[in-house]
Design a protein around this ligand. Structure first.
Ligand SMILES: Cc1cc2nc3c(=O)[nH]c(=O)nc-3n(C[C@H](O)[C@H](O)[C@H](O)COP(=O)(O)OP(=O)(O)OC[C@H]3O[C@@H](n4cnc5c(N)ncnc54)[C@H](O)[C@@H]3O)c2cc1C
Length: 422
């Protein structure tokens, strides 16, 4: 595989771009693997990569029903941050952010990680108190975070609606400077290419349609390309987790699949340097500007369960109202596209990386809105779990039994209502 380097870009520029090779192979599935990962989204691909890289394991395949990166991996608004507070989540997301900081070098693939700062707007003294608690906790535990007063915020993000008569008057912001955005497709392609180089078979157009069990284990996965056996199997299928769980005969998973939409405008000249977020009084909105100039933004879930990857008009209106309330200068900007993904919403808003009732089956699910930023650490710790058959201390409570133990990891304090855990 040709490495990406300044010299290779220069050389190929002189030789008609003829020196590049395929980025990953297109192998036929073998009848048996040591490890099978279902789902070639960010989490499945990252898991396969770290299984091979960190644990030296071979004979691994990733099965994908469509094309790699065609699920939520390629549909998200690409926000990366680690402003989490609950034990376990805090360490996990900070580790993820550290992996992001070196990901392009590690994968030899430019994932366009841009640490442009994540600015959460504050609208009340109570919101400021809550942010102070969270951001102080982050600082005390080795991450970065700061509170901006109105003057600092105006100096850094001048175009917001600062009128005291605004629908949501702004009083300041909580900021993580190391946070930012990355190019989602590039992350999927980078992990795929790096995993392929380490010998992982990535098998696209291979849908798992059934599960054969024997003696408390999975013996074979029945797929659209035949039956494939494995010693260990990991599910990393995000919004389809309940379907796979049901195929494995395991009953009901504490996950609901909900739709989340995202939007991009026509390209504009540079307008917004940071990721800006607000959530108040039922409104929820986040926006950044892509490298091509499009304003990328999103809002709340669709408020009903669905597997449909389609947008709809009520959310267009809701999100446009949020945009206008906070950035009125967007009023005449034209919307280019909008789309939807299927979110795997858990009952406390935190994920599962855990063993399951079947000896050789491992689960990676429950990413809610937040699985893009989590993908490096998710792959890292899921690979560690599969390789060593025990959870790392940071994910020891991210299991399915935490609800039985009364141990919720409820960052937002929203209770057992998945649609409130955005
Ligand atoms: C609109 C939107 C905005 C978002 N914004 C952000 C954000 O700003 N920041 C953030 O951190 N997160 C965000 N997220 C969440 C993030 O995208 C997801 O949590 C994350 O991508 C999920 O993990 P994944 O990439 O592995 O999932 P996916 O890419 O969905 O991967 C799962 C894969 O499994 C495959 N699969 C399913 N069933 C089967 C089967 N039976 N057989 C074989 N393969 C199967 C699917 O085809 C899919 O490719 C957003 C999500 C959406 C939809």
């Amino acid at each position: 595989m040709t490495r990406f380097s300044g010299w290779n870009v220069f050389w190929n520029g002189l030789t008609g771009q003829t020196g590049w090779q395929r980025q990953w192979r297109d192998p036929e599935p073998k009848p048996h693997y040591d490890i099978l990962i279902v789902g070639a989204g960010l989490h499945g691909l990252a898991t396969a990569y770290y299984l091979a890289k960190n644990h030296g394991l071979k004979n691994i395949a990733v099965l994908e029903k469509g094309w790699l990166g065609g699920g939520n991996a390629g549909r998200n608004t690409t926000i990366v941050r680690s402003n989490y507070m609950m034990p376990g989540n805090r360490e996990f997301y900070e580790h993820s952010l550290k992996l992001w900081e070196n990901l392009s070098h590690d994968l030899n693939y430019n994932v366009m990680f841009s640490q442009r700062a994540h600015v959460s707007l504050l609208h009340s003294p109570a919101a400021r108190d809550a942010a102070a608690r969270r951001y102080n906790t982050m600082r005390l535990t080795g991450s970065d975070g700061e509170l901006w007063n109105l003057e600092t915020l105006k100096a850094n993000v001048p175009l917001l609606n600062y009128s005291p008569d605004a629908r949501f008057p702004i009083t300041g912001a909580a900021v993580q400077r190391r946070a930012g955005t990355a190019r989602h497709d590039a992350v999927a392609w980078g992990y795929a290419r790096a995993a392929d180089q380490l010998g992982v078979d990535i098998i696209q157009n291979c849908e798992v349609i059934g599960v054969t069990r024997k003696n408390g284990q999975i013996e074979n996965l029945e797929t659209s390309r035949g039956s494939i056996g494995a010693k260990k199997i990991g599910f990393a299928v995000a919004g389809n987790s309940s379907r796979l769980w049901d195929m494995a005969g395991l009953g009901t998973l504490p996950i609901e699949s909900h739709k989340l939409q995202a939007f991009v405008s026509e390209p504009l000249k540079p307008l917004l340097d940071q990721v800006v977020v607000f959530g108040v009084g039922g409104a929820h909105f986040y926006i950044s500007q892509s490298n091509k100039g499009g304003m990328v933004f999103g809002g709340d879930l669709d408020w009903y369960k669905s597997y449909a990857q389609r947008g709809n008009l009520p959310i267009v209106q809701d999100v446009a109202e949020c945009a206008m309330s906070i950035l009125p200068c967007l009023g005449r900007v034209r919307l280019l596209r909008h789309w939807s993904g299927v979110m795997d919403m858990s009952m406390d808003g935190s994920p599962f990386i855990c063993k399951t009732p079947l000896d050789n089956l491992y689960l990676n699910a429950g990413w809610n809105y937040g699985g893009f930023k989590a993908s490096p650490a998710s792959g890292w710790y899921f690979a560690d779990l599969i390789a060593n058959d025990r959870p790392h201390q940071f994910i020891v409570n991210h299991d399915l039994k935490r609800f039985e133990r009364g141990y919720n990891i409820d960052e937002r304090g929203a209770g057992p209502d998945p649609k409130l855990h955005g």
